[in-house]
Design a protein around this ligand. Structure first.
Ligand code: UD1
Length: 412
């Protein structure tokens, strides 16, 4: 899908934050681990969610998705090899591996895909599965994983800090009597998944970054859960306000955005917030210095968004990506649009400006696409963004929401 962004938009209004993409994906997969039906509220209507729902339906689950509420009934769930295209399309399909190991002690799946922001291996997940007593084979992009010995207990240390591997290992071990996982990474989205599993009846405790699990008996009951707000979406709209007008983002957890908000405040941008709301108004700030890191460090998912904001800086801003290998495309786009931007490896130095010569852009991942939209909205000419579908993977109804704020966007 391509979109056209015309110049001269005046942005003003409110946005209600959607449910977090990186929480809802594992939550949907984890719905298979419930004894009873699951009702999820605040589910974002994004294409990654639709793809996961297709996988759930392929597995004979009933899925009803109305508005932002979803009801999942896994009564008829049965084992099937996950050799369907949806698994290749989204990175988060890897959560089905852990869930399948908990339920069936085996899984056959097309290797998970996702945004092309580096090699994105799943070696940390695979090592943890081995530590839990599973063996795996990879052949022709198909991962086959199965149980070789009966492990009743496990104590393992994840080989790298990884959001996905931490949650996946929690899932995979749920058949054991007891386990302990060290060196996990539980960002707010991971904590939401742990709370959900606890609601399902799994006896999990997180203390000093160590997860412990004791075998538990599950009840048959309807489990209701509300997905936490999407901190990346909230910040994207707040930055739009800082760049182009005035935006209030509602229903946010600002405590999950402590560092990005502090950076903006310290730089002097017109941004204020309560526990659940952010107000952002067009302004210019002092130079910012950002180095992405694991939570509570600066999120890699906001790096390109802040890269665009750097044009509203008085002076030079420095941004460094340390989590993914290939997430610097936006700085080449800034350069092409006439911004003084020096790129060295995974570092960029951007000089503030108010002259953006719009181009035709092409999104190459979800966050890059969202950053391009911001760039196109501040540009001085009409811009086309191709491959905008990437953005729909993670931003609920973004075209209509930006239009409602005053953005001049047309779907081509
Ligand atoms: C998740 C999110 C993604 C977000 C990222 C960082 C999902 C579906 N995706 O991705 O939106 O950008 O967290 O917040 O929730 N790594 C390995 N081996 C592994 C696993 C990870 O080397 O087995 C590397 C990755 O390539 C990356 C780093 O570890 O360099 C962090 O990755 P991880 O935290 O696992 O992120 P993802 O699960 O890929």
């Amino acid at each position: 899908m391509d979109i056209k962004v015309s110049s001269g938009s005046i942005i003003k209004g409110n946005v209600v934050c959607s449910g977090a993409k990186n929480a809802v994906i594992p939550l949907l997969c984890a719905s298979l681990l419930s004894k009873g039906k699951v009702m999820l509220r605040n589910v974002p209507r994004i294409s990654d969610v639709f793809d996961i729902c297709n996988i759930l339906r392929y597995l004979d689950c009933k899925v009803i998705f109305k508005g932002h509420t979803m009801l999942i009934d896994n009564t008829n769930l049965k084992y099937k090899p996950l050799l369907i295209e949806e698994c290749k399309k989204i990175r988060g399909s890897y959560y089905f591996i852990g869930v399948f190991l908990a339920l069936f002690s085996k899984c056959e799946i097309l290797l998970p895909g996702g945004c092309k922001i580096g090699s994105r291996p799943i070696d940390v997940h695979l090592q943890a599965f081995e530590d839990l007593g599973f063996k795996y084979i990879i052949e022709d992009d198909i991962l086959t994983i199965f149980k070789t010995k009966v492990n009743e207990e496990a104590s393992l240390v994840l080989t790298k800090k990884s959001v996905g591997a931490s949650i996946n290992t929690i899932f995979a071990g749920l058949r054991l009597n007891h386990y302990e996982i060290k060196n996990g990474l539980y960002e707010p989205e991971g904590l939401d998944v742990i709370h959900f599993l606890q609601k399902l009846g799994y006896r999990l405790t997180l203390k000093d970054e160590v997860i412990q699990y004791e075998k538990s008996k599950l009840d048959f009951k309807l489990i209701k859960h509300t997905v936490i707000p999407d901190r990346m979406e909230a910040m994207t709209y707040a930055v739009l306000g800082l760049l182009k007008g005035e935006v209030t983002v509602k229903r946010v957890n600002t405590k999950d955005l402590e560092l990005p908000l502090r950076i903006l405040k310290d730089a002097g941008y017109q941004i204020s917030y309560t526990e659940s709301e952010i107000y952002a108004k067009k302004s210019y700030g002092k130079e910012i210095e950002i180095k992405t890191d694991i939570y509570p460090g600066f999120p890699t998912d906001l790096q390109s968004i802040f890269g665009v904001l750097a044009i509203n800086t008085i002076g030079k801003s420095r941004i460094e990506e340390t989590v993914f290998e290939k997430r610097m495309q936006i700085y080449y786009d800034l350069k092409d649009s006439g911004v003084d931007c020096k790129i060295t490896g995974n570092k960029a130095e951007i000089t503030g400006t108010n002259k953006i010569h719009s181009k035709n852009y092409s999104a190459c991942d979800l966050r890059h696409g969202a950053a391009l939209l911001l760039l196109a909205l501040v540009g001085d000419e009409e811009a086309i963004i191709s491959n905008f579908d990437y953005v729909l993977r993670g931003y609920d109804d973004i075209v209509n929401r930006v239009k409602a704020l005053g953005g001049k966007i047309t779907i081509l």
